[in-house]
Design a protein around this ligand. Structure first.
Ligand code: 5GP
Length: 187
């Protein structure tokens, strides 16, 4: 039996998930982040093994063949996946949070029905588009792909356990911390 509880956070690209997540992680030391593998190139400031494990497409496909992923998906022309062993190891030591999109969340729910699924919504569709465009590191083609995908992702929120709006980062992080405290402290 693993010691920790599993939490999944999803939300469209540009919703501010990583900022909210850093606050949540800083407030709960018994919570660790599951580092995914991806074939997308690193963004400025992202570190290997901290943000992601950055791998090539053949490496990723080799890992799929070896059954190394609890779940994986292709998103905006790149692969993303949750390494199974790393997750199990982290769960032996505490609670774990996954930042994954809805297909991955659905796979996690099947594999681990006890996981708590949280969906972060932007305050409005306009704010999301504005945030995505102002990032500066994303091409026009990627922006269009991500906006289209965002619409589909937001439709998926109905089957998550909790929906939280990221209007203000602090309030959103506090809301998520309450959800985590509730699930983590029940036996
Ligand atoms: P980004 O490229 O902005 O870091 O992430 C793009 C999307 O991929 C986000 O919605 C993020 O939640 C999702 N993602 C990141 N890691 C994983 C993973 O391991 N599995 C799945 N299914 N999605 C992931």
């Amino acid at each position: 039996m693993s010691k920790g509880k599993l939490f999944v956070i999803s939300g469209a690209s540009g919703v501010g998930k990583s900022t909210v997540l850093s606050r949540v992680m800083a407030a709960r030391k018994d919570l660790s982040f599951s580092v995914s593998a991806t074939t997308r190139p690193p963004r400025p400031g992202e570190q290997e093994g901290v943000s992601y494990y950055f791998v090539t497409k053949p490496q990723f496909e080799q890992m799929i063949a070896e059954g190394a992923f609890l779940e994986y998906d292709d998103h905006a022309k790149n692969y993303y996946g949750t390494p199974r062993l790393q997750l199990e190891e982290k769960l032996q030591h505490g609670h774990v949070i996954l930042d994954i999109e809805p297909n991955g969340a659905a796979a996690v729910r099947k594999a681990r029905p006890d996981a708590t699924l949280i969906f972060i919504m932007p305050p409005s569709a306009e704010v999301l588009e504005q945030r995505l465009r102002s990032r500066g590191d994303t091409s026009q083609e990627q922006i269009a792909l991500r906006l289209e995908r965002a619409k589909w992702e937001m439709d998926q929120r109905s089957w998550y356990d909790h929906v939280v709006v990221n209007d203000r980062v602090e309030a959103c992080a506090d809301h998520i911390l309450q959800i985590i405290a509730h699930a983590a402290d029940e036996n």
